[in-house]
Ligand binder design. Structure first.
Ligand code: AKG
Ligand code: FE2
Length: 243
């Protein structure tokens, strides 16, 4: 999906950001060394990428892209072998309707670290007991497109370093009905900025009327997005952080 030049430039940008020591949030609880790319000013480029991926994602996973994938959370994952590096990733599902996983590192610059997939969970079941498919080696510039709720993980890396870009794409129409993480109807509150966890305030999303969207893609109502976050009792949390 990405040119090798783009892989290099994105990797260099992320490495420079990490080296700068600037503050950053963790993408989620499982990911210790990642960078949220919207925090680097890439939101417009990533929103455009999401719009361009929409036709493909809808073709493969129509039901999960209802009314468009209208928000995203995009971050890098980095694996290496030192004690304080992240070496592998446990089986999990994503806080996404559809995910793309793009390999940025030179294939020969690391070994191990294959991604593996297990069963698809459509109800809320325990991610533990499951049979998995044979692991897949990442290939630089290539992307894997999968359902967020397809269980998956990464095997331990055995040498070198692997950097991937993960794009969690969300459909508010789908998740407004049922939170993909807790399996219940979300209780939603507005957030000040950003996409929150990709829910929308239903009254806002259903009032389609005079969308100011310019020439961009057909069914997207992102101009009308009311950005919301899930409220869990007394804690207002970004549910990405409670994977
Ligand atoms: O390391 C990988 O290839 C998978 C990463 C992943 O699944 C995630 O961060 O959600
Ligand atoms: Fe994942």
């Amino acid at each position: 999906m990405f040119s090798l030049d783009f892989c290099d430039r994105l990797s260099a940008e992320v490495d420079a950001f990490c080296a700068s020591g600037l503050a950053r949030r963790k993408p989620n609880t499982m990911n210790k060394h990642g960078v949220i790319l919207d925090e680097l000013g890439m939101e417009p480029m990533l929103a455009e990428l999401r719009r361009r991926l929409q036709p493909l994602a809808s073709r493969v996973f129509a039901k999960w892209c209802a009314d468009g994938l209208d928000s995203h959370r995009v971050f890098t994952v980095s694996y290496a072998t030192a004690a304080d590096d992240q070496q592998s990733l446990d089986v999990h599902f994503d806080n996404a309707e559809v995910t793309i996983n793009a390999a940025l590192s030179e294939d020969t610059s690391y070994s191990g670290g294959e991604i593996f997939f297990c069963k698809l969970i459509d109800g809320l079941t325990d991610p533990q007991q499951t049979t998995c498919y044979p692991p897949i080696s990442h290939r630089r510039g290539w992307t894997i497109l999968h359902r967020g709720r397809q269980l998956h993980g990464a095997l331990p890396i055995t040498s070198g370093r692997r950097l991937n870009m993960i794009m969690w794409m969300r459909s508010s129409k789908v998740r407004n009905q049922l939170c993909p993480m807790c399996g219940s109807k979300p209780k939603i509150i507005p957030v000040a900025s950003g996409y929150g966890d990709g829910f929308t305030i239903p009254s806002a999303s259903s009032s389609s009327s005079s969308s100011s969207s310019s020439s961009s893609s057909s069914s997207s109502s992102s101009e009308n997005l009311a950005v919301v976050q899930q409220d869990r009792g007394d804690d207002v949390v970004d549910i990405c952080n409670v994977l």
